[in-house]
Design a protein around this ligand. Sequence first.
Ligand SMILES: O=C(O)C(=O)C[C@H](O)[C@H](O)COP(=O)(O)O
Length: 220
Amino acid sequence: MSRTEDTRALSLLSQTPVLPVLVIDNWRHAVPLARALLAGGISVLEVTLRTDQGLSAIRAIRDEVGEVVVGAGTLTRPAQFAEVAAAGAQFAISPGLTPALLEAAREQPLPYVPAVASASELMMGMERGFHLFKLFPAASCGGTAMLKSLAGPFPEARFCPTGGIGADNFCDYLGLPSVVTVGGSWVAPASLIAGEAWQEIEARARRACEAAREAGVYPQ
Ligand SMILES: O=C(O)C(=O)C[C@H](O)[C@H](O)COP(=O)(O)O
């Protein structure tokens, strides 16, 4: 991953006010789920590798829903870069960072978003040329107050805060200049996916997009 790929990650994630974090237990749910989110106005998705269906779900979305950008989440091991790329993932995102992951990210072409939960981790990522980070777990590691504090010493860092954020407060995050998009499972929680509640998921996506527009926080 070069500086260009870091910029590409930034432009991909900037395309959506909310990045749905998806836990898919049955890959056959992936296509109707992606279509429901797209119909509600969300076109960038994170499919986690928390289930063994994640890679098949990514492949199904790439094959059948060309209008969405699909990334692979929960990347914790360097070997997963090749696996998610082979499945068709268009970016990769982790819940943390390690020196091995940051090194491996540079050797492969996929745009990559490591996560931080402290100033030291942010400095480790920036030393290696990264500027866009997931902040995880956002609500419990400091929330909007932490992001405002980090903007002082690190004005060039950009964030996708994720973890403990919901419909009632995501616009508070999105209103910060350093926040590109907000990640979360509230738009499509695993229970609604398992229940095939596509209309409810579409409605939640639409509400989130409308709320961000009405609050004047997206597009920024
Ligand atoms: O699996 C990963 O890679 C993660 O980073 C964890 C998820 O991003 C959060 O669990 C989503 O948080 P909630 O919106 O509070 O459900």
